[in-house]
Design a protein around this ligand. Structure first.
Ligand SMILES: O=P(O)(O)OC[C@H]1O[C@H](O)[C@H](O)[C@@H](O)[C@@H]1O
Length: 520
């Protein structure tokens, strides 16, 4: 079959949305959909149950309600519907009040800036929105503390500088107990205090009702609290207060954003697989990685403003699909690795390997029709920068295909709030479908806990190691022996303390065993 024929056969367009998906450059067999018919049917059934309020996250015994956030009619009870509607309206109204100067900073001036403190699902979404769909000159600038790196925190606070007096800080944590976020909050609080400002009069919380953060915000008398629900996962929480407040503050048309996702939900709810963009995506993932994630997904949006989309999808896909067990308890070690940045920039970096190197990936191109809002400018007679961008996308797709490297192309007419919502909806549903196809729970993240537990142990032992330092010096093995801890751990703790002026290196041996550390 010619490329043109295959393209026509495997090009699905939703004309009402201006959206299309092209899977013609994926080398799947004609009978893929027939072979997968049973699983596809089961995936549709699972989705109906999930959207209807079933316990779709059995390990945590929770409903999975992110699809209700953009269509509250779907919520399984009138109470939930009301909570969704009221919270959305409350965040939008609050942002409007801040813009109108009805809610003011402690000094009586209008808020001019937003600082978001959060991590993972409580940061990546707001960061994506801030990059992708805020107006070029937003009503308020935004900064993020999304880590417990003191150097990173210092830089953000320095950038805010004197504007801290008119900065509103939103602390976002579903659980309300995430350490990085707590540290960011305490660091922010310290900065306000150092500037002679009352943090509580500049702080808003988005968190689960009754969480540690919720209690803290209540006790300190913060400006406002917005709820997060246990039936929304962090990585799919962008359309809850987690995302809507920050987006509205930056002048994003939040209702359009939600409408875009809802529109994609509608398109991919009942259509048969052959014209269901989310199901086709899931099937292509299945085909490419043989249902075992054997191929990585490279996300290549040809639009600078979508540069964080690959990072956002990395969490959505890898935290959802990267699972040890399937739903029957069998060890399956599922997952799909996701990476990417943007085109054509990446063509000057790793695309060399994609064309000529190890063939362990498939590309997802994201094409945006409209090149720019401003008038076209010809960089040479008859050609604009946008023509080049398009040329590089099409050229790379073709060059990869020539070498048997597979790709999917998603197209949207322009990048705006509606279409970003649409793309997020598309991938969220693809993740739900794929999870069904491979029989896993996409809505928990048990693996994340192991690292957190080990870090807590590290911190407990660090305090002991600090206390075990002597004036004359000890080796890691001596400290470890005294405390009954692992010698390698003790070595790394001593090195960390020395790097930060809390221990002194007395002498360096030929290797780690000979190093002597003392108290400062
Ligand atoms: O919103 P939080 O409860 O602070 O959680 C922040 C993030 O950290 C956790 O470890 C999870 O792996 C993420 O899914 C979550 O988004």
């Amino acid at each position: 079959m010619s490329h043109w024929d295959r393209f026509q056969k495997h090009f699905v367009r939703y004309s009402n949305l201006g959206f299309s998906i092209d899977i013609s450059r994926m080398a799947f067999e004609d009978d893929l959909l027939t072979k997968m018919a049973g699983r596809i049917e089961a995936a549709y059934k699972d989705m109906v149950a999930l959207e209807g309020g079933a316990i779709a996250n059995p390990d945590e015994k929770r409903m999975v309600g992110h699809y209700w956030l953009r269509n509250s009619q779907l919520a399984p009870s009138a109470e939930l519907k009301q909570e969704i509607d009221e919270t959305l309206t409350a965040t939008l109204d609050y942002a409007a009040d801040i813009h109108a100067g009805k809610v003011l900073a402690a000094n009586g001036k209008k808020f001019t800036r937003v600082l978001v403190v959060g991590i993972g699902g409580s940061a990546l979404g707001p960061q994506l929105v801030a990059n992708a769909i805020t107006p070029a000159t937003p009503p308020m600038e935004i900064s993020f503390l999304d880590n417990t790196d003191p150097d990173g925190i210092d830089r953000v606070m320095a950038q805010i500088g004197d504007e801290l007096a008119t900065t509103i800080t939103i602390v976002i944590s579903k659980s309300g107990g995430t350490k990085e976020t707590r540290n960011g909050m305490l660091e922010a609080e310290r900065a306000y205090k150092a500037a002679g400002l009352d943090f509580a009069k500049h702080a808003v919380a988005v968190t689960g009702v009754g969480s540690e953060l919720d209690k803290h915000a209540t006790a300190q008398g913060w400006l406002k609290r917005f709820p997060m629900w246990d039936w929304v996962g962090g990585r799919t929480s962008l359309m809850s207060a987690v995302g809507t407040l920050a987006a509205a503050l930056q002048g994003v048309d939040v209702r359009q954003f939600l409408a875009g996702a809802a529109a994609m939900d509608v398109e991919t709810r009942q259509r048969p697989a052959v014209e269901n963009a989310s199901m086709l995506l899931a099937l292509m993932w299945y085909h490419a990685g043989k249902g075992q994630g054997l191929k990585d997904m490279v996300v290549l949006p040809y639009k600078d403003r979508l540069v964080l989309f690959s990072k956002y999808l990395q969490q959505l896909v890898m935290e959802s699909l990267g699972k040890e067990h399937d739903l029957d308890g069998k060890v399956v070690n599922q997952g799909i690795a996701v990476y990417g940045n943007k085109g054509s920039t990446d063509q000057h970096a790793y695309v060399q390997q994609l064309r000529d190197g190890v063939n362990n990936f498939f590309v997802t191109f994201i094409e945006v029709g409209k090149a720019r809002d401003a008038a076209a400018f010809e960089v040479e007679p008859g050609f604009t920068s946008g023509d080049y961008l398009q040329g590089f996308l099409r050229g790379t797709r073709k060059a990869l295909a020539e070498k048997g490297r597979e790709s999917i192309t998603l197209s949207i007419p322009e990048l705006n709030a509606f279409n970003l919502g649409l793309l997020i909806g598309l991938f969220e549903r693809a993740v739900s479908f794929y999870a069904s196809l491979v029989n896993i729970n996409a809505y928990h993240q048990p693996g994340v806990e192991a690292g957190k537990k080990a870090a807590t142990e590290f911190l407990n032992q660090l305090a002991q190691v600090r206390g075990a330092l002597t004036a004359t010096g000890r080796t890691a093995a001596e400290v470890a022996g005294k405390l009954g801890i692992d010698a390698e751990d003790a070595f790394h703790m001593l090195t960390h303390l020395a790097a930060n002026g809390q221990a002194r290196v007395v002498s360096l041996g030929a290797g780690p065993a000979g190093d002597q550390f003392a108290a400062v």
